[in-house]
Design a protein around this ligand. Structure first.
Ligand code: ADP
Ligand code: MG
Length: 385
């Protein structure tokens, strides 16, 4: 029995009836970190790990959700006035339901059984995958069609406004619009996207440091404020700029001395990272993986030294990967302070890569990393089984 059929049969046992099943993938960001909320460029790919949602209509105006991962069931009324977040995982689902409702599309009561195989909180975007899988499931169950980019925007709004976690559009956009065997370059301002083919013999090796620093979300908000502060000061000298996306490296060199040194370093990361994403897109379209890998390495250094969102475990992992055969490049991926690294590895070398990473990382940190060998996957879809 495949995974979808298994989920359907557990749904039938729990709620009765035959569900439809929807999936949305996790993602790994190849390059372009902390650029999304600066209106800049990112280049993620969706990966095979995903959240699956089984759904069937309910008789009432109630949503009943069960997460198999957490072993918890939560129910709420769709028409409850003034809904408030509970501060747990169900907020992601409820936020999506409320945001769809507020956008003027009526949704129906339903039962949902949720199962994901994305590690939670590791930076592979289990949250966006959950939101998008739930959104496409609720919309389909209610007979509403919606453009994938609108679905992504709606899910981002749900996470931002209802869950209360500020986030850029990258994760949800990727979960909706990614294409198998392609990296997706997204302009986070215009939402223009371009797909770049990834050579078939290349693997996206995601290594989980297994650390999650508690300061991540506070530091994330602080970085956003620092970027806003940079734009505020620089706009006195460069009229018309709205975000760090509008600033070139030359302008930063010219006016950077007006900034507090910390703010200058934050801005330098974002401005140089935007340039690296554009160079990476060109490198990928030429099939120049050496150059792509070098850009990843520089991205990591910039995140470590200028943006200061790396941590010793991430640095150890990147160093280890860069010393191995068959590796084009490696960097931390996601918000930082723990989570995962991404390495581009030639397919024929992935076994020796995985062994060496597991051994080397455990030797240096005492922790056993999880390693996921991925290739780029498609965005959200209904699973037919
Ligand atoms: P990331 O998106 O990097 O995995 P986040 O902290 O943004 O990390 O999101 C993780 C949260 O998303 C989890 O703590 C949980 O609340 C929710 N979540 C994701 N997948 C599931 C799932 N399958 N079941 C229940 N909650 C989930
Ligand atoms: Mg998330």
């Amino acid at each position: 029995m495949n995974a979808a059929a298994g989920l359907a049969s557990r749904f039938a046992e729990l709620f009765g009836g035959a569900p439809r099943i929807f999936r949305a993938p996790g993602r790994v960001n190849l390059i372009g970190e902390h650029t999304d909320y600066n209106d800049g460029f990112v280049m993620p790919a969706a990966i095979q790990v995903a959240t699956h949602v089984a759904i069937a209509p309910a008789q009432s105006r109630r949503l009943t959700l069960r997460s198999e991962n957490l072993g918890e069931t939560v129910a709420f009324e769709l028409d409850e006035p003034g809904p408030r977040p509970r501060g747990d995982w169900s907020d992601y689902v409820r936020g999506v339901a409320i945001t769809i409702g507020r956008s003027g599309r009526p949704i129906s009561g339903a039962n949902l059984l949720i199962h994901g195989n994305i590690p939670l909180g590791a930076g592979l975007s289990s949250s966006a995958s959950l939101e998008v899988a739930v959104a496409v499931a609720l919309l389909a169950d209610s007979g509403v069609t919606m453009d994938p980019t609108q679905v992504a925007l709606l899910c981002q709004r749900a996470e931002d406004e209802f869950v209360g976690a500020r986030c850029g559009i990258m994760d949800q956009f990727t979960a909706c619009n990614a294409r198998a065997n392609h990296a997706l370059m997204l302009d986070c301002r215009s939402l223009d996207a371009a797909h770049f083919e990834i050579p078939r013999d290349l693997r996206l090796a995601v290594c989980n440091t297994m650390v999650k620093h508690e300061l991540a979300s506070g530091e994330y908000n602080r970085r956003r404020q620092q970027c806003e502060e940079g734009v505020r000061v620089l706009s006195e000298f460069i009229p018309g700029i709205r975000a760090l996306r509008d600033i070139t490296m030359e302008q930063l060199q010219e006016f950077g001395s007006t900034l507090h040194p910390t703010i200058l370093r934050r801005c330098r990361h974002v401005v140089s990272e935007n340039a690296r994403v554009q160079a990476a897109a060109q490198a990928l379209s030429r099939g120049d993986l050496e150059e792509f890998g070098e850009l990843m390495r520089c991205s990591h250094l910039s995140l470590r030294d200028d943006y200061e969102v790396s941590c010793p475990e991430l640095d150890v992992m990147v160093e280890l990967a860069l010393g191995l055969e068959g590796v084009y490049g490696s960097r931390m991926t996601g918000g930082g302070f723990g989570g995962c690294t991404i390495s581009l590895v030639k397919a024929e070398w992935v076994d020796s890569f995985s062994r060496a990473m597991a051994q080397g990382y455990e030797k240096q940190t005492g922790m056993r990393p999880e390693i996921y060998i991925c290739s780029a996957a498609d965005g959200a879809s209904e699973e037919l089984f």
